[in-house]
Unconditional design. Structure first.
Length: 116
């Protein structure tokens, strides 16, 4: 079992989740609340799956859970595109999060390669 908090990929994913909690100020209208909730669920699952994988007994299990994190990155990216396109978030904010998601995705890819 690894200390997931020492993993750079977990640290970056954790920071992405923390930063995402600044977004709800953009989602003040009631019609935005379902999307806001989905965005928060997606982003929370990224570091959570990495942490869960670190507690598993094999690299295969760890890798599988990191792939779940990768899927959550894609889900988050898709949800933020919707938020941008319906003007719940401004393009500058979207670009910043897009860059952070891409960074986490690259780190996950490299990390999964070390596990297999």
């Amino acid at each position: 079992m690894q200390d997931y908090r020492q993993l750079h990929v977990w640290q970056k994913a954790h920071q992405l989740a923390v930063d995402t909690y600044d977004l709800p100020r953009f989602f003040r209208k009631p019609e935005a609340w379902p999307l806001r909730d989905q965005i928060l669920k997606s982003v929370i699952s990224i570091p959570s799956n990495i942490a869960e994988g670190a507690g598993r007994g094999s690299n295969a299990d760890f890798s599988r859970l990191c792939w779940f994190s990768m899927g959550s990155c894609n889900e988050l990216e898709s949800q933020l595109l919707v938020a941008r396109d319906v003007k719940f978030i401004v393009p500058d904010v979207h670009v910043r999060f897009e860059n952070d998601i891409s960074s986490v995705r690259r780190m996950l890819t490299r990390f999964i390669q070390t596990l297999t």
